[in-house]
Design a protein around this ligand. Structure first.
Ligand SMILES: Nc1ncnc2c1ncn2[C@@H]1O[C@H](COP(=O)(O)OP(=O)(O)OP(=O)(O)O)[C@@H](O)[C@H]1O
Ligand SMILES: [Mg+2]
Length: 390
């Protein structure tokens, strides 16, 4: 603690109380305080505006201001000067409230003596200094976090723009390959013979695949910049429509669908559909070798979070590879086993993250997989449907 003299402003309209406090402080051996007084808040504010005050002893009931208002105005005038509130009997609740609002301490006027006063003032000054230091550190930290975040955002945007322009530029030559191979087929089809035709088919299939990859990449790279159009959205309706589309394409398969209660969430409806199309689509794809596939979609509680899950009894995967799942072009199964480009889950993760949520999976090889995701602040607010196994 420094042994400099401290200037204390006593704001007190009762001359008797003011004298008592002055005498208590003057009587102290080794008195270290210069006491100035103000009997009105207006006078006190003027004095505080001039600077040089190290601590304030503040009576809340003044002729020109009362209660919490007195404290608020003094604090606003000198935000970094510690305030010790002086209270009468029965004012303790109010005084405590002032401490919660930023007063360093409070003292009962009754029974006040020099050493209590001195200790409170010196303690308040030191505590205010420590708090200022902590505030400084926090601000510095906050500044650094913001700096890093902007750097990362800039790098991310650069990468997205790069991937966007590369994908875009790849489309042109791909169209050329596609167009000329079609012309080749149409013009020289008869002379090419079966082997030539087969080669053309391979070219066509390759072109289709590459077009799919380019579309996926373009979609992924644009997700970061796309503005979210959030609305309260019924997840059960999206799931129902996704399943209806899938049922048309999987008529030859036996799939047991279990759809539990799903909430109303605040999200971008189009993007949420992409999430569910990908997750449910994966469940359908990776159960294609099961005689009877079981796919369950519902909501559950994980810790203190509500999460949506999509579970299946399909091929699953080894959890050792789980960290790779959500990277672009990362596939845990061979193309001969299950077709795909490996862009679906990268897209899903980006969408979930943009909603402030997170996604993860649990699985076991050959025993099925469950994908969970949360939506950050758009917490499920209402269970919109009842469980309805179908
Ligand atoms: N339900 C699932 N069961 C087992 N493995 C899964 C499941 N969902 C995803 N995977 C694994 O995660 C990998 C990445 O999934 P992702 O959806 O990104 O790609 P994909 O399905 O291979 O291709 P696409 O881009 O066409 O979706 C898959 O290749 C697969 O190995
Ligand atoms: Mg997929």
């Amino acid at each position: 603690m420094s042994d400099q003299r401290q200037t204390v402003l006593l704001v007190e309209d009762n001359p008797g109380d003011a004298r008592l406090i002055r005498e208590s402080l003057t009587d102290l051996s080794g008195n270290m305080f210069d006491l100035e007084t103000a009997d009105r808040l207006a006078t006190a504010l003027l004095r505080l505006g001039a600077g040089g005050i190290d601590a304030i002893l503040l009576d809340l009931a003044l002729p020109d201001s009362k209660g919490g208002e007195t404290f608020k105005r003094a604090k606003a005038q000198a935000p970094t000067v510690p305030i010790i509130v002086l209270t009468g009997l029965g004012d303790e609740t109010l005084a405590l409230k002032m401490v919660q609002d930023g007063a360093q301490d409070y003292l009962m006027k009754i029974g006040l003596n020099g050493s209590t006063l001195s200790r409170a003032i010196r303690y308040a000054i030191e505590r205010e200094k420590s708090e200022q230091k902590i505030r400084g550190f926090n601000e510095e930290l906050e500044g650094r976090v913001q700096e890093r975040t902007s750097e990362l955002e800039a790098i991310n945007q650069e990468l997205e723009a790069f991937s966007d322009s590369v994908s875009h530029d790849l489309r042109g030559p791909l169209h050329v390959i596609d167009g000329f191979s079609t012309m080749l087929d149409e013009t020289f089809g008869p002379v090419l013979g079966p082997t030539g035709k087969k080669y053309l088919q391979h070219i066509h299939k390759g072109v289709q695949e590459m077009a799919g990859i380019i579309e996926g990449l373009l979609n992924l790279s644009r997700l970061g910049r796309r503005e979210l159009k959030k609305h309260p959205t019924r997840l059960d309706e999206i799931v129902e429509s996704v399943i209806a589309d899938i049922k048309i394409e999987t008529q030859s398969r036996q799939i047991i669908w279990k759809v539990g209660a799903l909430p109303l969430v605040d999200c971008d409806q189009g993007l949420m559909r992409q999430v569910l199309v990908n997750l449910i689509g994966n469940s359908v794809k990776y159960t294609s070798r099961r005689e009877v596939a079981e796919i369950e979609i519902g909501e559950t509680t994980i810790g203190d979070e509500r999460a949506i899950f999509v579970r299946d009894n399909g091929a699953g995967f080894d959890m050792k590879c789980a960290d790779k799942l959500f990277g672009a072009f990362q596939r845990l199964h061979r193309e001969e086993e299950f077709e795909g480009t490996g862009i679906g889950l990268a897209t899903v993760r980006r969408i979930v993250q943009r909603h402030g949520g997170r996604i993860w999976a649990e699985a076991e090889s050959d025993k099925g997989a469950t994908f969970y995701f949360t939506l950050g602040s758009g917490k499920p607010s209402l269970a919109a449907t009842e469980a309805k196994p179908s």
